[in-house]
Write a protein that binds this ligand. Structure first.
Ligand code: NAG
Length: 134
């Protein structure tokens, strides 16, 4: 499960996750794994930054975004929440790039939107892939 928990740590951590928050994310990830039907190997790839253009991957990301309130039920990104959850490990410049380039991306449906945003986010923060394990 560790790989799944840490997957979104980069987004979720602002000043470090509490045990309770970690527990909650673990639970969310489990639920989204079930609802999306994503395979373990695809999750592993996702964590490593190899973000596959795959419907299950997209559904998984969108599911998690919604549970974390990053994506609203109408499919739009809650920009204020998203910004507030950007990791404190990111530099101001990185945060600005994400906000300028990624946050307004819109796909043809909820899963596409979450996927585009997550992909953009990861592409702007490649040097932080290692932080996902923290
Ligand atoms: C979202 O759109 C994509 C591309 O059109 C499609 O393949 C996918 O099934 C859709 N997902 C949902 C959850 O509707």
């Amino acid at each position: 499960m560790k790989s799944i928990i840490v997957l979104f740590a980069l987004i979720v951590i602002s000043a470090g996750l509490t045990a309770k928050e970690e527990e909650k994310i673990k639970e969310f990830a489990k639920e989204c794994r079930t609802s999306s039907g994503i395979e373990r190997e695809k999750l592993e790839k996702l964590r490593n930054g190899d973000i596959e253009d795959d419907p299950k991957v997209k559904d998984f990301i969108s599911c998690l975004f919604k549970k974390l309130s990053l994506q609203k039920s109408d499919g739009n990104i809650d920009q204020d929440i998203f910004k507030s959850k950007l990791s404190s490990k990111l530099t101001e410049a990185e945060k600005e790039t994400i906000i300028n380039d990624c946050i307004n991306l819109k796909g043809s449906n909820d899963s596409e939107t979450a996927f585009l945003l997550y992909k953009c986010y990861r592409s702007k923060t490649p040097s932080h892939n290692a932080d996902l394990l923290v």
